[in-house]
Design a protein. Structure first.
Length: 282
């Protein structure tokens, strides 16, 4: 973790969470729960591991991120804004007519977005194509894709996984956000994809299991994924839906509901307190 300290990454992740709340509140719609659970991962990806240039978003040799669970775009927008792709002042325009920050990622309209996503399961296939293209180009660029655990119920995920292993795409890293909740309830109750690590291993992946809210574990897992040769890697991160906002944590109702004014104020107060705590830490 050379680029940023653990303290700085926790600060960045908290600011991403604040952007999630800011965006969804002003949009009066959106998906805060699953956005909050991937904030730590996005902080480590964009501020430590991914080779990107915000001044040249279409740079051919950049690393790619495909947000396969595209409904969690508010978190991606927070990371991209903090990285310098566009001003943080754009965040409150989420889902507004004319805004470049739509409800799902748009590669044609938003600087830094590598793939338009939204239909669950399809992002993984796109990521596989990008990874294979890099191999054919003789390039060392890497491709990352973040999936939801509920998304694993889509058959296309497993078709793409079979392809990735067959082509030995060791420049591909899937990150499964295992927060155990999807729009209709727990993943076990809706259509269980368990056991997740064992399934990816059976499909020919190098599998790593981590705490999705520990930036040091995320960092070490991404390093291990880079170093592993001959197989794609699946990082299964145990996470908390709604992480960082007390009344949203582990509550399925916050999958796709925006906070009202009172809830917005409480959430921002809680996150501001966490931010201050990180900033004052030794």
């Amino acid at each position: 973790m050379e680029a940023l300290t653990k303290k700085e990454l926790n600060i960045t992740a908290t600011k991403i969470r604040m952007a999630v709340i800011e965006g969804t509140y002003n949009a009066k719609s959106g998906h805060p729960g699953g956005s909050l659970s991937i904030a730590d991962t996005l902080a480590v990806l964009y501020f430590v591991h991914m080779r990107v240039d915000p001044t040249n978003p279409k740079w051919k040799e950049r690393d790619r991120l495909v947000l396969s669970k595209g409904h969690t775009a508010p978190a991606l927008y927070g990371a991209l804004a903090l990285k310098g792709y566009f001003p943080l002042e754009d965040i409150p325009t989420l889902r507004h007519v004319g805004s470049h920050l739509q409800g799902h990622p748009d590669m044609n309209g938003t600087p830094g977005v590598d793939m338009s996503t939204g239909s669950l399961g399809q992002g993984v296939s796109a990521a596989c194509g990008m990874a294979l293209a890099a191999k054919l180009d003789g390039s060392d660029r890497r491709v990352y894709s973040i999936l939801g655990d509920g998304e694993l119920e889509e058959g296309q995920v497993w078709e793409a996984s079979m392809f990735a292993a067959h082509k030995k795409l060791d420049n591909l890293c899937l990150i499964i956000d295992n927060n155990n909740l999807q729009i209709d309830g727990t993943v076990v109750d809706v259509n269980s994809p368990l056991p997740i690590p064992e399934k990816f291993a059976a499909f020919g992946f190098n599998v790593i299991i981590i705490d999705g809210h520990d930036v040091e574990q995320i960092d070490k897992a991404l390093i291990a994924a880079k170093e592993y040769k001959g197989k794609p890697t699946a990082i299964v991160q145990k996470s908390v839906k709604g992480k960082g906002v007390s009344f949203m944590e582990n509550q399925v109702g916050w999958h796709g509901v925006a906070p009202n004014k009172e809830q917005y104020e409480q959430a921002m107060q809680e996150l501001a307190a966490q931010l201050k705590q990180y900033e004052e830490a030794v």
